[in-house]
Structures are given as structure tokens and as C-alpha cells.
Write a protein that binds this ligand. Structure first.
Ligand code: ADP
Length: 190
């Protein structure tokens, strides 16, 4: 199965994604993780990526697609994967479509994790004090939420029109959220 997981920063995507890949036995393709991996390298591209990540703005679409395409070539992705944090723009969604068409694959399901904005801010500020992620300070948190509204949320309509989108209530307890996710995945598999 190829599943796309969409949700604003702080919605709990990371936690749920881990549970879902365990359930389905498919790789977790997180572009945040892949880009942080590139950032840690010692290269000109690494510095370029770092500038985007640290400011909380999106890395360039074609660069992200190239990194994703490389990851998709690995054998473990042959049976599917969970896309977490990708696509994040309409252009990335189109690039992904083209790539999947070339490789004769399709997207089976798009999950939207929906969480109230005030709760998101609370969660992100709390995470900032625990994890010390460079991009988890108040200014970049706001920037990332604005980026989500402006650039990522149009994807919901894009996939909804295709009948692929399922909305999950992210305000429930983590176990309840996962049970809603599992329900949608099983419905899609049958
Ligand atoms: P979060 O969803 O909590 O913001 P991620 O780990 O998904 O965290 O992403 C961290 C950062 O990595 C983003 O703010 C952005 O700079 C970059 N990034 C991740 N995925 C993409 C993507 N698909 N396109 C462009 N930039 C991305």
C-alpha cells in the first residue's frame, strides 16, 4: 500500500506513522527525517538544506522529489510505503504523480490528521522544551503553521476530488487516533 499522511506540525503524525508502519510492515518515508539526514552531511547541498529547515520554510520541491525518488528505488519500498510530510505542495503532488506513473504505482489512501490550532501550538511549544529541535522555537513554529495553511492544505482538496482523502480526528487519545486510522486502512484494503 502507498499511503500519504498529511497534517500540520504537532498533529502527532510521527507517533501515528510509527504505529502504522509497524502494522503494515512498510517503510516510513519521512521527508523531514530524510532532509535532516542531508543537512548533517558535509556538503554545499547540506548547507542549502539547513538554511530552509532552520527557518521552518520548505526545501525546494525538485530537490525533495529527487531525495524521495532515490529512497523509492530501494527494494523495501517495492510493496509500498507511508509518505510522511510529503507531498507538501501541489507541485510536489504532481511530481509524485508523474514519478508513480512512470513506475506503474498508485496512491491507495490519503489520511488527514486534523487537530485544533490552539492545541497544536500548545503541543509544539511543549515539544520545543523537551526535544530542543532547532526549528521548534516560537517564530519557526508559527512560520511552519503558515506554510502548512498556504502550501500544504490545498492538497486536501486535490486528493479529496480523487476520492482518496480520509479525515482522522487527531484530538482523540493516541490509541483512539490509531484505531480510527486502522479502520480506514482496513476499509481501503478490503
Ligand atoms: P514538522 O511536520 O513537525 O514540521 P518535519 O520533520 O515533517 O516536521 O519537517 C521539518 C522540516 O523539513 C520542514 O519545516 C521543512 O523545512 C522540511 N521539509 C520536510 N518535508 C518537506 C517537503 N516535503 N518539502 C519541503 N520541505 C520539507
Amino acid at each position: 500500500m502507498r499511503i500519504i499522511f498529511i497534517g500540520p506540525p504537532g498533529a502527532g503524525k510521527g507517533t501515528q506513522a510509527k504505529k502504522l508502519v509497524d502494522l503494515l510492515g512498510i517503510p516510513h518515508l519521512s521527508t523531514g527525517d530524510l532532509l535532516r539526514g542531508v543537512k548533517d552531511q558535509d556538503s554545499a547541498v547540506a548547507k542549502w538544506v539547513a538554511r530552509h529547515l532552520d527557518a521552518g520554510v520548505l526545501a525546494p520541491d525538485h530537490l525533495v522529489m529527487r531525495i524521495v525518488a532515490q529512497r523509492l528505488e530501494s527494494r523495501d519500498c517495492a510493496k509500498g510505503c507511508l509518505f510522511d510530510g510529503f507531498p507538501r505542495t501541489l507541485i510536489q503532488a504532481q511530481l509524485l504523480d508523474e514519478h508513480l506513473q512512470r513506475t506503474n504505482h498508485t496512491i491507495d489512501l490519503v489520511l488527514e490528521l486534523d487537530v485544533d490550532r490552539r492545541l497544536l501550538l500548545e503541543r509544539l511549544v511543549k515539544r520545543a522544551s523537551i526535544e530542543h529541535r532547532v526549528d521548534d522555537n516560537e517564530r519557526t513554529i508559527k512560520a511552519r503553521l503558515q506554510v502548512y495553511d498556504a502550501q500544504t492544505s490545498p492538497l486536501l482538496e486535490f486528493y479529496n476530488k480523487r476520492g482518496l482523502l480520509k479525515k482522522i480526528d487527531g484530538m482523540q487519545s493516541p490509541d483512539e487516533v490509531f484505531s480510527s486510522i486502522r479502520h480506514e486502512v482496513l476499509a481501503c484494503q478490503s
